[in-house]
Ligand binder design. Structure first.
Ligand SMILES: Cc1cc2nc3c(=O)[nH]c(=O)nc-3n(C[C@H](O)[C@H](O)[C@H](O)COP(=O)(O)OP(=O)(O)OC[C@H]3O[C@@H](n4cnc5c(N)ncnc54)[C@H](O)[C@@H]3O)c2cc1C
Length: 335
């Protein structure tokens, strides 16, 4: 076996929240053969599997994960004409910088979003009205057979040795439509069995200097709006969509919303900000960010439980103040 399977590895250092208990087994996979080897190990030992990217959209339980965590670290990037082919383990930051270096435009909005390309596809990461789904041509996936999926983890049955001596896993491609991208959502959020191997993006040729200027502005605005000195997982909640009547009622009560909500989507951060009891609210080492109320930050060795309590408090207060049910953008793992 060429991959190193480690035991009892703390997951907190692999998440942007710096929260999370140990993985019973942990490995890093740098290519498809290593992913297959890891899955084979899981199959033989009847382990649940969790695929980890940059860990920047996850809240991992204090108990950790009683299975195998595979951290995807394949890193290749290839450019052909107007298409970029990128491995899923490459950081989004590297993808943005390489696209600009090669005079492409269409990914500037992604500057400053942490994590990997694979994670960005799963969450259909986006900002400033744009998202991954806008530029994806197709996604190459590994499809382990008959997994039992449960809350982000899959049990993989023992794999048969295939022609390449590893397994009989299937590699396939999903086109943009088949990925079912929608607001912070994709087929990969539901179909946890798919492992994203690589992605083909179609981008337009642009002006490098202009792209650099846009990126500088975006990074400046992120710095102003977000409290980056503390660990977090970015926006905790999706921005909710309300119907016309509800929106009209809210605009009457809060005239400033006329400027803020140009469509039926209301920023979750704005809703949280309106509730005095939630201002800088702390539970244990977790706190609602002062700069951006949709961020919960780990300011002092927070436990996952502290964050969970804050999340349920926010949901309950927003529901009773505004009649709006917030839904998480972050994903839970190991609960
Ligand atoms: C400071 C900060 C700012 C942020 N700003 C934004 C923002 O503006 N917009 C935005 O959309 N998000 C934002 N985020 C959230 C997060 O960075 C993105 O959602 C990111 O795309 C997640 O990628 P990741 O690699 O870290 O995924 P992870 O957190 O590691 O995983 C997320 C999900 O993807 C799955 N996954 C990861 N890789 C693969 C793979 N190869 N195959 C199959 N499944 C996989 C995991 O199993 C999990 O279900 C922010 C986060 C932080 C901390």
């Amino acid at each position: 076996m060429s991959i190193k399977i480690q035991k009892n590895i703390s997951l907190s250092k692999y998440t942007s929240f710096k929260i999370g208990g140990p993985a019973k087994y942990f490995c890093v996979a740098e290519n498809v053969d290593e992913i297959q080897e890891a899955l084979e190990f899981a199959g033989e030992n009847k382990l649940k599997v969790f695929i980890l990217g940059g860990g920047s959209n996850l809240l991992i339980s204090d108990e950790g994960f009683d299975g195998l965590v595979i951290r995807i670290m394949n890193q290749e990037l290839r450019i052909e004409n107007n298409e970029i082919f990128i491995d899923s383990g490459l950081s989004l930051a590297k993808l943005v910088s390489e696209s600009v270096k090669n005079n492409f435009t269409g990914l500037e909005w992604a500057a400053g979003i942490p994590g990997t390309v694979g994670g960005a596809i799963v969450n259909n990461a986006g900002a400033f009205g744009k998202c991954m789904g806008d530029v994806v041509e197709n996604v190459e996936i590994l499809n382990p057979p008959r997994p039992l999926c449960e809350r982000g983890s899959c049990s993989v049955p023992p794999l048969k040795k295939g022609v390449r001596g590893i397994s009989s896993l299937e590699i396939g491609k999903l086109n943009n439509k088949q990925c079912r991208f929608s607001y912070r959502n994709s087929i990969f959020k539901k179909e946890k069995k798919y492992i994203i191997l690589s992605v083909a993006l179609k981008l337009e040729k642009g002006n490098q200097e202009k792209s650099k200027e846009i990126i500088t502005e975006i990074l400046k605005s992120r710095k102003e709006k977000q409290l980056l000195e503390y660990p977090s997982a970015g926006s905790v909640f999706k921005n909710p969509v309300v119907d016309d009547d509800h929106l009209a009622k809210l605009k009457k009560e809060f005239p400033e919303l006329i400027k803020i909500a140009k469509t039926n989507t209301i920023p979750a951060g704005w809703l949280i900000e309106q509730i005095d009891e939630l201002k800088n609210k702390k539970i244990g080492g977790a706190m609602i960010s002062e700069k951006h109320c949709n961020f919960i930050v780990n300011f002092n060795n927070a436990k996952a439980e502290d964050v969970i309590i804050l999340i349920s408090m926010i949901k309950q207060k927003v529901r009773s103040h505004f009649g709006i049910q917030l839904k998480e953008e972050i994903e839970y793992m190991g609960f």
